[in-house]
Structures are given as C-alpha cells and as structure tokens.
Design a protein around this ligand. Structure first.
Ligand SMILES: [Fe+2]
Length: 189
C-alpha cells in the first residue's frame, strides 16, 4: 500500500488542482487495515483502464497491490440498486479510517463498472475528483461535462453531484477536506 500512497503523493504534487486542494506527506501512521474484497474488487486487476501518461503508474500500482486493499461498498441495494452495489467499490487510502491515518484530508481510490449511473448525492466535506482511468459524464446543478484521465472536478460542501460512467470502467482518486471528513456521502432525493 505504500507504493500506492507514494503515487498519490506524487500526483498531488505534480497536478496543480490537486496541489491547490490539499497537501499531505507520506510519513503517515499505518492503520494496518487488513485486506477485504467485494464483488467488484476482484475484477480490478484484470481491467484495462484507459489512462494517461500521468496516471498510468498509479493504476499499475493499484492493480499490483489490489489484493492488499481494504475494499468496501457502503451503499445499500435500496439506495443504489443491485447492479451499482455489485460493480462499485472503493478503499480509503488516507484518512481517519484509511490505510494511512490522517485527520485533515481523506483520499479514496474508487472503481465503477462501465455504464453505471451514480445518482445525485452530496456530503459536507469539500471534494476533488481526479480521474485515473476511464471516462464519465459529471453533473452538478450548474454544469455537465465529460472527464477523462488526468482531469479534475471540484465539489463544494453539500453541492449535489451525479455521474454517468461511459463505455469504459472508471478508476478515480478522490480527495476530501474540511468538515464532515469522517462521514459518508448520502444519496439525495
Ligand atoms: Fe462526492
């Protein structure tokens, strides 16, 4: 997991939007989270993600060490439907409950299968998405745009947002900061 942390750190230093959003060092306490799997996590090592030269090394590190990650899927089927629950998963790389402890920022590695729809949701923490691989249509109440590898998208506190995964699976690094860091996103009605 240390290699994945180092790649996240390098991306946060080399990408201007990520650097402006937060900074963290790699000298973090290891929470010693054990590996867990979900229905979706087993497919990640064999998925070919459409990357960029900036994101390719981190994707390779995630695939190489995927079986050491504490994969989770925390939505209920009644909230998101069975297909979404079966083909989405994430792990918390950095954060209060992550592989590496940090109480000021939280970093997730998140996966969605192709053509999944992530309905309107929100959370108190501010957020930046960084696309590692694949492509998705991102929506807020003010804009809709397609994001691909090395693109970023910022969401304000409690700003509702939604996403449609396009024809390839999506792999992202998501960073949170501010209040509500230890909470989960909620589906908006
Ligand atoms: Fe979000």
């Amino acid at each position: 997991m240390h290699l994945i942390l180092q790649h996240a750190h390098m991306l946060c230093n080399s990408n201007r939007e990520l650097k402006n959003f937060c900074q963290f060092n790699t000298n973090l306490t290891d929470n010693n989270l054990g590996p867990t799997i979900t229905l979706a996590s087993s497919s990640i090592t064999t998925t070919k993600f459409k990357s960029s030269h900036e994101t390719f090394p981190m994707i390779e590190a995630i695939k190489k060490y995927a079986d050491e990650a504490n994969w989770r899927q925390t939505y209920s089927i009644s909230e998101v439907g069975e297909d979404f629950a079966n083909r989405h998963c994430y792990f918390e790389l950095v954060g209060p409950n992550g592989h590496f402890y940090n109480n000021t920022i939280r970093g997730f590695v998140c996966y969605w299968g192709e053509y999944l729809k992530y309905n309107w949701h929100s959370h108190e923490a501010e957020e930046i998405y960084y696309i590692l691989g694949g492509k998705a249509l991102f929506k807020t109440k003010n804009m809709t745009k397609v994001l691909k590898a090395n693109d970023t998208q910022f969401h304000k506190s409690w700003e509702s947002h939604a996403m449609e995964i396009l024809e390839e699976p999506l792999l992202t690094l998501i960073l949170w900061r501010g209040n509500g860091l230890d909470k989960l996103a909620q589906i908006d009605d």
